[in-house]
Design a protein around this ligand. Structure first.
Ligand code: GAR
Length: 190
């Protein structure tokens, strides 16, 4: 059974979908949901599912990212994950942190990478006049929203779309894609 930690910052809808999928013959199980925001709604949802939770408030560390990450690592090392899923985790992780779990950190990003790394992906796609948008699950490397792509899903952008309507359509695809990719990834680890 692959031990899986999930890092969140907010509502955690992707986290919920991943955890719902990790039952039965699934090769992975959730062992920790960790947030940089103690008030993240996803923490309550994870607790309700019987999953261990922890929070490390990044604001308590000011600009000292190394100290923040050391505290994240302390929780992760206690949970001893084989796989880490970033699911709406809105802090950038350092190269040092990533190297601890090289090749075992997955992220979901709400664009068709390599387009629109970073924030405000949906408004940027609409403003560019794109006819399609989507989401990407990729392995995390030291470069932001980079790293080998494990899966993508597309949606059409229609003229009526605004960033919120596009985000809602893409989120439906995220909820389908991320569990599918995690299942395949955990299986590939043997
Ligand atoms: C998702 O749309 C995810 O792709 C995005 O945040 C949302 C989190 O929703 N992630 C990023 O923008 C990462 N840079 P959720 O908390 O309901 O899963």
């Amino acid at each position: 059974m692959k031990r899986t930690a999930i890092l969140i910052s907010g509502g955690g809808s992707n986290m919920v979908r991943l955890c719902e999928d990790m039952t039965g013959d699934h090769p992975a199980r959730p062992v920790l949901v960790l947030s940089n925001d103690p008030a993240a709604a996803g923490l309550t949802k994870a607790s309700a599912m019987g999953i261990a939770t922890a929070a490390v408030d990044h604001r308590a560390f000011g600009k000292d990212r190394a100290a923040f990450e050391a505290e994240l690592l302390r929780h992760l090392e206690a949970a001893d994950p084989d796989i880490i899923c970033l699911a709406g985790f809105m802090r950038v992780l350092s190269a040092d942190f990533v190297s601890r779990y090289e090749g075992r950190i997955l992220n979901i990003h709400p664009s068709l990478l390599p387009k629109y790394k970073g924030l405000n992906t949906h408004s940027r796609a609409i403003e560019a006049g794109d006819t399609e948008a989507g989401c990407t699950v990729h392995l995390v490397t030291a470069e932001l929203d980079d790293g080998p792509i494990l899966g993508q899903a597309k949606v059409a952008i229609v003229p009526e779309d605004v960033p919120d309507s596009l985000a809602a359509k893409v989120l439906v695809e995220e909820h389908r894609l991320y569990p599918e990719v995690l299942r395949a990834f955990a299986t590939s680890l043997g």
